[in-house]
Design a protein around this ligand. Structure first.
Ligand code: ZN
Length: 446
């Protein structure tokens, strides 16, 4: 009761997929994206080229386009980020954001949507990828109204989220979005659908970012948002069962998130997670504001206790308040009991106090020695300590602020989905997608 399966996990076929790069057991998104888009291994950091960075790999999206299908690329992170780039660009480095953006701008693909471009303007200021995209026939939309007005026949579209974060990505779902990944996906299907068929890649890219930051609740909410995009794909597949393949996979695991923490052993307390109302990045802004308006000598954790409770549901109690609540709870006061349940233990409070001091001393912490990195991962010390505390209370734990080398689950439904059963490599997914697109092109030409 009260439990609902994800659309993803209800798909008909499942497999396990290895994700290693040519040069590392733990891949980055460029090497993993290249494997999924082209069927070839490359080194971390390389966008759809071989490890020597000289030979471009043809991608499933390019093959689809060449064989007459329409093509869409959607992501919740910036559209020039490694994963989406691996489907339309070829660059020796994922960091060549301007060059990647320019390849998007001159692309013959039909639909780009979600995040924006990180470096639209060339270093000399003369070329703007957004302008070049418009010159190349793209309709660029930046408002909900213009986006919703897009109708089949509009031609090539580059739909940018009305609000973008500092990295040109969508907001986290938990923080509210004017347009969701599900809406970008549904619109893509509406615009690309036709007798010629289409290929679309949709990435829930910010799931990775909140895992880097070890924020489980934000990750769960973005996963649910991605599941909405999957629902859109599955609904289309249900209407066209003879000619649609839907594949869902991860390019890699991030953070080493597990259900299970040393401090909680065999128990979980998922109700703690319900108290979080904003992402780590939204709380960083609250903290930033406080830091700007408070001198180091005046700063006290006490000042932020209401903000912390509002953001994470965690209650900071003074000794007297705790005694008072203990008494009330002993007499059956359930409100008091609940506040005690969500309160920080003495040990937890000590760690949070320590992190608060570190966060307030921001400038001095920049050095980032190994020990500091292990505890805070380069994130805002107070915020990451709060998400760690909340996650650990719930019985969740993290092992890293980077990716891991564990295999990821892959799900498939539709034509040829049974091939996605078993234990295989991410390059096999690329190869199977390419053969599916080839088969579709053959059918269409008959
Ligand atoms: Zn990542």
């Amino acid at each position: 009761p009260g439990h609902k399966k994800l659309n993803i996990t209800q798909m008909a076929y499942q497999g396990l997929t290895t994700t290693y790069a040519a040069d590392s057991f733990i891949t980055d998104s460029a090497a993993a994206g290249t494997a999924l888009s082209s069927g070839y291994k490359t080194n971390s950091g390389v966008i759809a080229m071989d490890p020597s960075k000289t030979k471009p790999y043809e991608t499933v999206a390019e093959i689809a386009k060449k064989s007459g299908m329409k093509v869409g690329i959607v992501s919740s992170v910036s559209i020039d980020h490694a994963t989406p780039a691996c489907f339309y660009a070829h660059e020796p480095s994922r960091k060549n954001y301007h060059e990647i953006g320019m390849q998007l701008a001159v692309s013959d693909f039909d639909y780009f949507a979600g995040g924006g471009l990180k470096k639209p303007v060339s270093p000399d200021g003369k070329t703007d990828a957004y302008k070049v995209a418009e010159e190349n026939g793209f309709t660029v939309t930046r408002t909900r109204e213009d986006f919703l007005a897009l109708k089949p026949g509009v031609g090539k579209v580059f739909a940018v989220s009305p609000e973008l974060d500092a990295d040109k990505a969508l907001n986290y779902a938990i923080d509210g979005q004017t347009l969701t990944l599900g809406e970008f996906t549904r619109k893509g299907i509406e615009l690309l659908d036709g007798p010629q068929g289409f290929f679309m890649m949709i990435e829930g890219g910010k799931i990775d970012w909140s895992c880097h930051a070890n924020d489980a609740v934000t990750t769960i909410k973005d996963t649910l948002a991605f599941d909405e995009a999957v629902a859109a794909g599955l609904e289309f597949a249900a209407r066209h069962p003879e000619e649609t393949l839907v594949v869902v996979t991860g390019d890699h695991e991030t953070g080493g998130l597990t259900i299970g923490f040393a401090g909680t052993e065999y128990s979980t307390y998922l109700d703690y997670l319900g108290g979080q109302t904003m992402s780590f990045i939204a709380f960083d802004k609250v903290l930033d504001e406080y830091r700007k308006n408070t001198s180091l000598g005046d700063a006290r954790l006490e000042d932020l206790k209401e903000e912390i409770e509002k953001a994470f549901g965690l209650v900071i109690l003074g000794d007297d308040e705790r005694k008072r609540l203990d008494l009330l709870a002993a007499n059956g006061d359930t409100k008091a009991e609940e506040r005690l349940y969500f309160s920080l233990t003495e040990e937890e409070l000590r760690e949070v106090e320590k992190a608060f001091v570190r966060s307030m001393n921001k400038e001095e912490e920049k050095a980032g020695d190994k020990e500091t990195y292990l505890i805070y991962g380069g994130y805002e010390p107070l915020t990451v300590t709060l998400t760690h505390t909340l996650n650990n209370k719930a019985g969740f734990a993290w092992t890293t602020y980077a990716h891991t080398g564990v295999p990821v689950p892959t799900f498939a439904q539709g034509v040829g989905a049974d091939q996605f059963t078993g234990y295989y490599d991410n390059t096999d997914i690329g190869k199977m997608l390419i053969s599916a697109v080839g088969a579709r092109a053959l059918t269409a030409s008959r």
